[in-house]
Design a protein around this ligand. Sequence first.
Ligand SMILES: *[C@@H]1O[C@H](CO)[C@@H](O)[C@H](O)[C@H]1NC(C)=O
Ligand SMILES: *[C@@H]1O[C@H](CO)[C@@H](O)[C@H](O)[C@H]1NC(C)=O
Length: 412
Amino acid sequence: MRKWFWGFLFIAFGFVCSIAAERNPRTERISGSAGDVLEDDPVGRLKVYVYELPSKYNKKILQKDPRCLSHMFAAEIYMHRFLLSSPVRTLNPEEADWFYTPIYATCDLTPTGLPLPFKSPRMVRSAIQLISSSWPYWNRTEGADHFFVVPHDFGACFHYQEEKAIERGILPILQRATLVQTFGQRNHVCLNEGSITIPPYAPPQKMQARQIPLDTPRSIFVYFRGLFYDVNNDPEGGYYARGARAAVWENFKNNPLFDISTEHPTTYYEDMQRAIFCLCPLGWAPWSPRLVEAVVFGCIPVIIADDIVLPFADAIPWEEIGVFVAEEDVPKLDTILTSIPPEVILRKQRLLANPSMKRAMLFPQPALPGDAFHQILNGLARKLPHQKSIYLKPGEKILNWTAGPVGDLKPW
Ligand SMILES: *[C@@H]1O[C@H](CO)[C@@H](O)[C@H](O)[C@H]1NC(C)=O
Ligand SMILES: *[C@@H]1O[C@H](CO)[C@@H](O)[C@H](O)[C@H]1NC(C)=O
């Protein structure tokens, strides 16, 4: 091995040790308005009406496959449960600011547990047909004061492959609604302006149970577990993760600073708490549960996903807690990370230690003040009052019910 490499290693390990030696970083308050926004209480600022739908749109689907409660799109289920007993719920639709339609559109899993979105468009259409014919509120605005939780890869574009998702676009009848979705990327057809970007679901109790003592040294420099290639869906390579994950593997598989592998160990959560940097590269979509895991476990997220729009970006200071690396700069990841000054790393760690930030990333049961449910409500409250222009004139129609792929028009 060449001499410069050992020199590099020596410097890098000295660096790891100096960071690791700083035990139990104190918490630092988030500066500016973000910290205040994070602690906002939505109660009293909005009223939500929950449509009562036949259980075939929600509870029955879940009964068929309880695995839907633990996959990364489970927010659509927990949000429904949360709203049913939330103080912002109103039983009087006449006084509602927002209308919510509880559909578990992504609870359709393959035998191996992958959620498929192919039935979602027909299901959502069917539900909207029902609410628009049974209540007067949809027709008043054609959905502009309605919100939908659409946590699939590309939100209401309902496809896991970006190319197909773009081709489909947002389901035409959801064009005026506010979409609460995990997908976020600037200037993308699957992100409407005014959407609320949320964290994916990660199991709060399981994560809580795996906390290790806060003063455990962070002896891993860079940590990542997950796919580098998706040979089943992308046999030729280069399409999955736009090649960024493949580049991580090709460049750093033999670099001792990088603890990276496809093997998911049972100590995954513990390992993240022993790491300084956790890679959060795009996969099929720009986001992944690693964003949540990194924040909860105090591991600095290294975000590799050009133009990503991050969850609750008006409340979480992502620029300050994370490191952003352009997809094309992946081959320089080692020098980028080793040249970050220790005091910058320590500040990020102190910010990450802030409990309100962790809470905002999670959907706990029961809900807690400041958690992800509350951040969603805060986002909806900040959009009030609605502009007068959302209300249509009698008989006025803007949405096109017959637009979109013919297959989506079949009854559900
Ligand atoms: C809303 O509009 C649709 C389509 O124009 C119509 O079929 C439906 O009856 C209307 N709903 C109500 C409650 O009037
Ligand atoms: C609605 O969309 C369909 C399919 O794209 C199109 O054929 C039809 O002309 C559209 N209707 C209106 C009123 O724009």
